[in-house]
Design a protein around this ligand. Structure first.
Ligand SMILES: *[C@@H]1O[C@H](CO)[C@@H](O)[C@H](O)[C@H]1NC(C)=O
Ligand SMILES: *[C@@H]1O[C@H](CO)[C@@H](O)[C@H](O)[C@H]1NC(C)=O
Ligand SMILES: *[C@@H]1O[C@H](CO)[C@@H](O)[C@H](O)[C@H]1NC(C)=O
Length: 285
């Protein structure tokens, strides 16, 4: 028995050794990537986080083992960032701090602040805050007109993600939609907090379009427009445990305005609380 035991344990050691050598090679890295410690980000509210974040993303995205990018506690300034996939292994972006956008709406070339694009197995977590600093934009003349607001930046864009989790994240005072979900498959928002004033125009909490399998769970949405809005081509959506208000409620639509719109199919709304909203749940067509 003793001989057999030794044989088994040396096999185990061999297996462990080969696992660690696999992790040490290839696209390399993986593990934890701290944007401050490794890429010189500064929590001073004026140094742009854009390059450190993009550098960290590049490293994580090339890694063949799972990695976690950490934005530690502190207040950061971020001009804009688009984090593109496809990546080689799952990535988690853990935001512990507060990340602030430029307050000036004129600082944006495109109508987005932070975008996550074509990523599989992505997690955004950490209890952090994305502050769109929209107060100036809300006051600008003409913002009530739909077209003008349409060109303002969206705080968080989730485009073509598969198997994504957005957990313990706050988005506040976006200049336009707070979060936009487009072309995603299996994405869950949990303990997602949206905060914007009652009078902020076109600041939908989560807008969902052309996606399959979107869950919005145990979340709190206070905003100036729809808490959750659902555009054409969306199916298998579950909205459970959402507290909404102020806001315009949960809306499907508007639908039917354009040619070739796809149907909306399979929307479950349950266990939600509406406080001081202009509507509860409605279909706009
Ligand atoms: C959906 O995505 C989550 C990650 O958020 C993952 O754990 C789960 O396995 C995925 N479900 C399917 C059916 O792929
Ligand atoms: C109902 O929603 C609350 C959050 O508002 C959540 O804590 C609870 O688990 C939900 N209940 C069910 C049965 O899903
Ligand atoms: C309800 O909303 C109105 C504005 O839409 C606001 O003036 C009022 O204070 C709100 N009431 C509560 C109880 O939040």
């Amino acid at each position: 028995m003793a001989i057999q035991f030794n044989f088994v344990s040396s096999m185990l050691i061999l297996v462990l050794l080969s696992i660690s050598s696999v992790e040490g090679q290839g696209g390399g890295g993986g593990g934890v990537i701290d944007v401050v410690a490794k890429f010189g980000a500064k929590a001073d509210e004026k140094t742009d986080l854009s390059k450190p974040l993009l550098d960290a993303w590049k490293e994580a995205c090339a890694s063949t083992s799972p990695s976690k990018i950490v934005i530690p506690k502190g207040i950061y300034f971020l001009s804009t960032a688009t984090l593109d996939g496809p990546c080689k292994a799952p990535i988690e972006l853990q935001v512990q701090g507060t990340v602030k956008a430029p307050a000036d709406p004129g600082a944006f070339k495109e109508p987005k602040w932070i975008a996550f694009n074509r990523i599989e197995n992505f997690k955004l977590s950490g209890g952090g805050v994305f502050d769109g600093q929209g107060t100036t934009a809300y006051k600008r003349e003409g913002c009530k007109g739909h077209d003008y607001c349409g060109s303002l930046p969206i705080n968080l864009k989730f485009d073509f993600l598969t198997n994504a989790m957005i957990q313990d994240i706050t988005t506040k005072d976006s200049k336009q939609f707070q979060a936009n979900v487009l072309g995603c498959k299996n994405i869950t928002f949990e303990h997602f907090t949206v905060s914007a004033p009652d009078e902020s125009p076109n600041t939908d909490g989560i807008h969902i379009g052309r996606s399959d399998g979107v869950n919005v769970l145990n979340s709190e949405i206070k905003t100036g427009d729809d808490c959750v809005s659902i555009g054409d081509g969306s199916k298998n959506l579950v909205i459970n445990g959402v507290t909404c208000g102020p806001g315009h409620g949960i809306s499907i639509g508007s639908l039917g305005l354009f040619k070739n719109e796809e149907p909306v199919d399979g929307v479950t709304v349950k266990n939600c609380t509406m406080t001081n909203t202009s509507n509860g749940v409605r279909i706009k067509t």
